[in-house]
Design a protein around this ligand. Structure first.
Ligand code: SF4
Length: 359
């Protein structure tokens, strides 16, 4: 790595080698923004009997729900406690996003949803909402509400897509197919609401080549951002039982393999999609397998970015080669080497993203 490269800006407007979420927020809001998780007491249709009772086979919400999230507490109280918690760690945050995270956060009447979302937005430090939900639990009334809120506040709907393959979605008992995800994402983006999606790499029955091909599917979606996790089998899930019965059905990534895989994946991913995270961070005491023996995801990210530097590669590197016409339409042009794109190209991304409904 030479010094010239350190100051290089990619077409998302900074010198990190992928379109990183924290930088996207700094550009969007002018400073660090922190998500504060909420458990508003929702359940989910895959648990309460509407679609099924067992839930998705990998799901244990306790694995990622922070301790201040107790559904007995009002939403505003959870947010206030969350802000106090985060202030100790991230003093520089200029605002907070209320993250309706636990279970299916559009699974109630529109009237009730309005009350909960408005309560969150009334907390003075809250500048927007992130609503985690299933792609089959939005309808035009719920989207009308979120569209209305997005006209005065930042709003993202984050869909659990998990896999692009119906055979996998059936196997993990998601209760919806991939087309439901496409429909929800396209409709959300069409209404001018930011749209995020969540995917898991390493689900049983998928080959590494099939996982790599996620990039082709995801690159086509009008997403603002995406979150990726390696599969972690968590205690208390159906998958944990399956694993105990027959571990040979699982093919986990080692940390080294995952880095190589994710770099290849990122190279094929549309560079306009903001990458929120690339590893999961379930509570270590709940993880059955794989155990990477690593610390927090910030440390993994540093190691990963160092590897990208060593390989001198970046998000979208091969996407551009394979999609010259799309690159043209984004105003980026058919550069032989996208790493040399100037910061002015960030404007092209900004206009592309606004066409993709970033509010
Ligand atoms: S992952 Fe979401 S949809 Fe699936 S069981 Fe858990 S809360 Fe329900």
């Amino acid at each position: 790595m030479d010094n010239g490269e350190i100051n290089k800006e990619y077409f998302w407007g900074h010198n990190r080698r992928f379109n990183a979420y924290s930088n996207y927020f700094k550009t969007h809001f002018g400073g660090r923004v922190q998500k504060v998780s909420i458990d508003a007491g929702f359940t989910c249709p895959n648990r309460d009997g509407k679609l099924g009772r067992g839930g998705c086979t990998y799901c244990n919400n306790d694995a990622f729900n922070p301790s201040y999230c107790l559904p007995e507490k009002p939403v505003s109280k959870q947010i206030e406690e969350g802000i106090t918690f985060h202030r100790r760690r991230y003093r520089r945050s200029i605002g907070y996003l209320a993250y309706f995270q636990a279970y299916t956060n559009t699974y109630d009447s529109v009237d009730r949803l309005r009350v909960l979302y408005k309560e969150a937005l009334e907390v003075p430090e809250v500048i927007g909402l992130v609503i985690g939900t299933r792609p089959d639990e939005v309808d035009s009334e719920k989207l009308d509400l979120l569209q209305e809120l997005s006209e005065s506040s930042y709003v993202t709907i984050e869909y659990g897509v998990e896999s692009v393959y119906n055979k996998t979605l059936e196997r993990i008992n998601r209760g919806h197919d991939y087309q439901s995800s496409i429909n929800a994402i396209e409709e959300t983006a069409r209404r001018g609401i930011n749209c995020g999606a969540h995917f898991i790499f390493g689900l049983p029955g998928e080959s590494r080549d099939e996982m790599l091909a996620y990039s082709d599917y995801i690159s086509e979606l009008p997403l603002t951002s995406a979150k990726f996790h390696q599969l972690q089998i968590v205690e208390g899930t159906v998958m944990a039982e399956e694993y105990r019965e027959d571990p040979s059905g699982f093919n986990f990534f080692t940390w080294e393999e995952y880095q190589d895989f994710f770099i290849s994946f990122l190279e094929k991913l549309n560079p306009a999609i903001v990458v929120e995270r690339f590893t999961g961070e379930s509570s270590p005491k709940l993880i059955l397998s794989p155990r990477w023996g690593k610390g927090r995801s910030d440390g993994l990210m540093l190691e990963f970015e160092q590897k990208m530097e060593e390989l001198d590669t970046w998000q979208g590197r091969s996407y551009f080669a394979a999609n010259a016409a799309t690159a043209f339409s984004m105003g980026v042009g058919p550069q032989e080497n996208t790493s040399t794109l100037a910061s002015s190209s960030a404007d092209s991304v900004a206009s592309h993203l606004s066409a993709r409904s970033v509010t």
